[in-house]
Ligand binder design. Structure first.
Ligand SMILES: C[S@@+](CC[C@H](N)C(=O)[O-])C[C@H]1O[C@@H](n2cnc3c(N)ncnc32)[C@H](O)[C@@H]1O
Length: 377
């Protein structure tokens, strides 16, 4: 027996430390008990803050900077607050309507201001790429989409599906670069689809070129007659609870020699990750799949290439979002969030500050973005 298999054998019987997927039943139960304690403490801290506890940002930042590296490196199992986070759920996407209400259908004037709303780069709610010299948020998003174009090998004339298209920022930018590309976008957010419909009437938008088709609907019910050359999905599989079902569906929309690029937030720990806080206040039923989760699926689609993009890119992107959020309080505070605005502001600042620190933690090597290039299995 080698030293590493011996260590793995010992780890099986020790709660909390290392890989929860290999724990003995007793060590597993003890670990889940510890998770409950972490959940309670996390919620107590978060709710004290959102209910008005006055602490400077620097205190919150230090708190996250202290905790997160310890969890990532030594106690990753404590980052799975519910058992459903560890495995696939029944539906392709769980609780979609609740997610729209709490997150994506919030007043768009707030989201659009925070994310940035340019002439070419519409609000994009996913990571920008800063490693290639971007000087601002808009450039970072262009660099990110250029990177996707290259990795998915998009060619003029391709018919492409954007599975979870947001405000159709990615289709608009790609349509501007390729005069014969066609795009179909799918999104459940009614508010975001209204934004897109408006752009589809705007002669200055590439979405008005009749090369863009919008489907407002749920990933769970998505069905297309067309087979696409390429499928991309950016920042959406965090809401997918069943990869097996999702890949089966995507494979049925893909031409025989087609390619899929899944781009998601990922964690390089043995298990998937979520939090009681984000589940309640920000992204219900959301989770970060661990970096090996997508490639472990081989049934309908298989991964032929994968990339890990350092979390510092997302940390910088969210730093810009927080700045936009803070700088535009005069408008943002006048909108209707269905709750006291002071509380809403704190809920969002807690989320944004936490995520900035999370992605920067351990030099961005644990929590970053994963890109997975897939073809028919
Ligand atoms: C984080 S945003 C990313 C949007 C876009 N891909 C981008 O990069 O800006 C996730 C998107 O997925 C959509 N989405 C989430 N769950 C969905 C579901 N069940 N059905 C359809 N769309 C969904 C949201 O409305 C939102 O537009």
């Amino acid at each position: 027996m080698t030293a590493s298999t011996l260590l793995q054998e010992i780890e099986k019987y020790i709660p909390i430390v290392g890989d929860i997927n290999i724990k003995s039943p007793l060590a597993y139960q003890a670990t889940r008990g510890a998770v409950e304690v972490v959940n309670t403490v996390q919620m107590a801290v978060a709710e004290a803050y959102i209910n008005g506890l006055e602490v400077p940002d620097s205190v919150l930042e230090s708190f996250f900077d202290t905790c997160m590296p310890i969890f990532f490196q030594y106690f990753p199992s404590l980052l799975a607050p519910y058992e459903w986070v560890l495995k696939e759920t029944d539906h392709l996407a769980e609780g979609s309507q609740q997610l729209m209400k709490i997150q994506y259908d919030l007043p768009q004037a707030m989201l659009n201001t925070m994310l940035g709303d340019g002439k070419l780069i519409y609000p994009k709610y996913s990571m920008g790429l800063w490693e290639k010299g971007a000087l601002n948020l808009e450039q970072s998003q262009m660099h990110m989409i250029d990177d996707v174009i290259e990795k998915l090998d998009i060619k003029d004339g391709d018919n492409i599906l954007d599975f979870g298209c947001g405000w159709a920022c990615v289709p608009n930018y790609i349509l501007s670069k390729f005069p014969n590309v066609k795009f179909t976008g799918l999104n459940l957010s009614h508010a975001q689809c209204e934004y897109i419909r408006h752009k589809m009437q705007d002669p200055e938008s590439y979405l008005s070129s009749h090369r863009f088709t919008l489907y407002e609907g749920d990933l769970n019910n998505a069905n297309f007659e067309t087979k696409f050359h390429k499928i991309l999905s950016i920042g959406v599989f965090e809401h997918v609870g069943n990869l097996t079902r999702a890949f089966k569906k995507l494979a049925s929309f893909l031409k025989d020699d087609g390619k899929v690029l899944i781009h998601i937030i990922t964690v390089r720990i043995p298990n998937n990750m979520s939090s009681v806080y984000t589940h309640k206040y920000i992204f219900p039923h959301g989770r970060y799949w661990n970096y090996d989760a997508v490639p472990s699926h081989q049934e309908d689609l298989k991964t032929i290439k994968k990339w890990y993009l350092n979390g510092s890119n997302y940390s910088k992107t969210i730093t810009n979002w927080l700045q936009n959020f803070d700088d535009n309080q005069a408008t943002i505070k006048t909108l209707n969030y269905g709750m006291d605005y002071a509380k809403f502001r704190r809920i969002w600042r807690f989320y944004l500050i936490w995520f900035i620190r999370n992605f920067a933690s351990c030099d961005g090597e644990y929590n970053g973005n994963g890109q997975f290039l897939m073809v028919h299995a």
